[in-house]
Design a protein around this ligand. Sequence first.
Ligand code: PHB
Length: 248
Amino acid sequence: MANSPSGDSMTERLVRVLETFTPARTAQTAAEIGRRSGIPSSTAHRIVGELVDAGLLERDAQHRVRVGMRLWELATRSSRALRLRQAALPFMERVQSRVREHTQLAILEQDEALFIEQLSGSAAGSNATRVAGRLPLHASSSGLVLLAFGGPDLQQRVLGGPLARRTAATIVDPDALRRKLAEIRTLGHAIAPGYIADVSTGVAVPVHDETGAVIAALSVVLPHGAQTEPALVELLRAARDIERERGL
Ligand code: PHB
């Protein structure tokens, strides 16, 4: 792969261009992409042009570019998230229709919880999550489940900090977090009252594969102070049904 004068490969530059897109920043000009990726402007313009020609980025009427449907198609088609999401959707719908709050499915990705599906009714409360968005492992119910049942290396990295504070309730002390993770393993679920936003409580349960490893967390976002037990019953039932469905 040809390297640029700064020594990074073409692939690295492509990744830097694509990583300038975030859940909150979905359209940008080529000049903004150049600035945010640290790639010289003329190179950024060329890479963006080539990606547009290939359909991986799309240009809108204001000459800003967005992630293209072709990139979405290629990424979604063969990802391991797709099969899990398809197995989970009917049971997530049941949770959502009964609990009537945001219902979401997250997997572990690069030491964060990555949300691969979310169902929200029109009356559901506020939510810090969206599909293809991420939350910190220590500060969300889904993240805590993925962390509690994750490997020792993962736990060591996360407990080693920094543990960023999101609200007054976020656990930022490693010893307190270690105790919380042990409690989650004992109970088999995580409750995160006000950890990511004062107004909500996350409730999450693990989803296992056929070997017993935890592959995902299924969660709901309740208004702070709401009863967690009815949601927990629905989540546990749905997680069992997803596991059975995947085993078919
Ligand atoms: C959580 O999983 O703890 C969580 C997620 C999103 C929110 C609030 C809580 O908006």
